[in-house]
Write a protein that binds this ligand. Structure first.
Ligand code: AKG
Length: 270
């Protein structure tokens, strides 16, 4: 190998390491970071086709919009649009395309860096889903932290949100409050469902700092489980599809007997 070739390789490695360092610092400060164009058109097409197989015919396990009763959702399963899915659950068990993506080395390397060098593990118990947002019957999701229903040694989990199509305000893209993963709020700031109470001025002030995370197809949002986020309904004519997975370090264990410990975690190559 020539020294010029060696130099080019070393340069590329140190550039990648530098980008990871910058991303880790941003993630620490803001609670989220976006990796642009991580998934190319070929892999997106394979994933989109696997999603289609799960949608037609609709195969379970599925969470329906009507089950949650969020604003905009059909009243119940027998109402018009009552069979609109919100999440296709257990993505990892649905086929090779999902498994390949959820354990992709490019995710592993980034997650290891964001987890302070620890081994990343995929949780099969949380998220691990294809999020669908349909025109007409999709709901809005109030401001919340994902950790609200999860039980681990430490609140240090990271979710990845892969956009299969473009995501923007009108089709219900996520909004986030930068830096909110570091807040310690009193229980009184939350409602019964652990969403932020919007009748409180101090919560409105917090939400005023929100930004919309616009994504292009193939972009991946990484966000911390304490980051406050929300989303609107889909007001366009096309369904929005995203693949959402949650990871934790191998020394951050689910509490035995809780839903978080329901399925075994999967180690990622990194
Ligand atoms: O797309 C949405 O409505 C938001 C979903 C969400 O925030 C979540 O799954 O935690």
């Amino acid at each position: 190998m020539t020294s010029a070739y060696n130099g080019a390789i070393t340069g590329r490695f140190s550039m990648a390491a530098r980008i990871q360092e910058i991303d880790a610092a941003r993630f620490e400060r803001d609670g989220f970071v976006v990796a642009r164009q991580l998934v190319d058109a070929g892999q997106r097409a394979a994933l989109a086709s696997a999603v289609e197989q799960s949608l037609t015919p609709l195969s379970g396990p599925v969470e329906f919009e009507a089950d949650l009763g969020y604003p905009g959702a059909p009243r119940d399963r027998s109402a018009a649009g009552g069979n609109t899915p919100r999440r296709l659950l257990s993505a990892y068990s649905r086929g090779a395309a999902f498994r390949t993506w959820q354990t992709d080395e490019r995710l592993g390397v980034r997650l290891r860096s964001l987890l302070g060098g620890r081994q990343p593990m995929l949780s099969q118990s949380h998220h691990n889903c294809i999020m669908t947002k349909y025109p007409g019957y999709s709901s809005a999701t109030h401001w919340h932290q994902d950790i609200r229903y999860w039980s681990f040694d430490r609140a240090e989990l990271i979710s990845t949100w892969l956009a299969l199509g473009a995501e923007f305000e009108a089709n219900g893209a996520l909004s986030v409050i930068p830096g909110s993963h570091r807040l310690e709020l009193d229980r009184g700031r939350f409602d019964a469902d652990l969403s932020l109470r919007m009748d409180l001025k101090e919560n409105q002030k917090l939400v005023d700092r929100a930004v919309i995370v616009e994504l292009e197809p193939g972009d991946v949002l990484f966000f911390q489980c304490r980051l406050f986020h929300a989303a609107g309904t889909n007001r366009t004519a096309e369904v929005k599809l995203s693949l959402v997975s949650t990871y934790h370090a191998d020394d951050n264990h689910p509490i035995p007997g809780t839903r978080s410990a329901q399925y075994p975690a999967v180690a990622l190559p990194s």
